[in-house]
Design a binder for this molecule. Structure first.
Ligand SMILES: C[S@@+](CC[C@H](N)C(=O)[O-])C[C@H]1O[C@@H](n2cnc3c(N)ncnc32)[C@H](O)[C@@H]1O
Length: 290
């Protein structure tokens, strides 16, 4: 393939100076993802997974290993106030919409701290909302204040860039049904505990229980908000076509990339932090391709 035809290499000369690392099937860019996405041609990507700042690190406390610890994921995770947070969310979602193919889809993950903000921005921008998947975390930290229920879920909004007429997006319906023991897969996902790989029957189809990342997933180092590979495997299996070009504008430790290249897709990752991109590079280089 000539270099200019390879969507992984396409971009402005300014983008090339942001390349942190590249391989046969991935490119990692360092910088602000809004500026970086704006350097790509419209309609470049088949699939986007975005795990943005949740604006969680605001002086609260959580429980880790039985101890009370401050929630401090990083400066990037602090709220700038509701108006500014919404402006940022709207801006990166608009950049995603521009670089998504009309046949592509986007997944946005979040907790109550950001997901309503993201959902509202997506409606304002004219995305077509396809599903809101609830990911259940059976090993969630206990609630210290005892003034709320234990937070044990995250929401994933799945959407297409919209437009009228026939739905064009990829949904690997049959594969999902087969994975789910022959029943239509539902929008509540829970994935097996370590050593308990079997699906458990909930009477009406099957609920999978998906934990937070296992130790082996942090073999090259950890990220404070790393997603479990099982979650991203499910997303790629459900919504990537063969040879899809997948973008993660908030790449972190590169979980999306590991799932994407592990299933034969190509991957573009972006992050502000070069240390996280380095972690991503190591994980990608250790990933087995089909
Ligand atoms: C929630 S974490 C993503 C974690 C990732 N899904 C994983 O599995 O490791 C969000 C990431 O976005 C990065 N980030 C925050 N603001 C950014 C921006 N404006 N542009 C690019 N990256 C940004 C942070 O450095 C952080 O690594």
């Amino acid at each position: 393939m000539p270099q200019s035809a390879n969507p992984l290499l396409r971009g402005t000369s300014q983008l090339s100076s942001n390349v942190h690392a590249r391989g046969r099937d991935f490119v990692l860019y360092q910088g602000d993802s809004i500026a970086l996405m704006n350097g790509f041609d419209p309609g470049t990507f088949d699939l986007i997974f975005a795990d943005p700042p949740y604006f969680l690190s605001n002086g609260g406390f959580t429980c880790q290993g039985g101890k009370r610890v401050p929630v401090a994921k990083g400066k990037w995770d602090t709220s700038q106030g509701i108006e500014e947070d919404h402006r940022f969310t709207t801006e990166w979602l608009a950049a995603c919409k521009r670089v998504l193919k009309p046949s592509g889809t986007i997944w946005v993950s979040g907790t109550q701290h950001v997901i309503f903000n993201a959902g509202f921005a997506m409606q304002q921008l004219g995305f077509k909302l396809l599903n809101t998947v609830t990911w259940f975390k059976p090993n969630a930290s206990p609630n210290l204040s005892c003034r709320y229920f234990t937070h044990s879920t995250e929401i994933l909004i799945w959407a297409s860039p919209g437009g009228k007429g026939k739905l064009q997006h990829t949904f690997n319906y049959a594969a999902m049904k087969q994975t789910n023991g022959g029943k239509q897969m539902r929008d509540v996902w829970a994935i097996p505990k370590a050593g308990e790989e079997e699906l458990r029957d909930d009477g009406e189809g099957r609920v999978w229980s998906m934990l937070t990342p296992r130790k082996s997933e942090k073999a090259h180092g950890g990220h404070p908000t790393q997603k479990p590979i099982a979650l991203l495997n499910r997303i790629i299996e459900a919504s990537a076509g063969e040879d899809a070009v997948v973008l993660d504008p908030f790449c972190g430790s590169g979980t999306t990339g590991v799932a994407a290249v592990g299933k034969g897709c190509r991957f573009v990752g972006m992050d502000l932090n070069p240390e996280y991109l380095e972690l991503t590079r190591k994980r990608l280089e250790a990933t087995q391709r089909p």
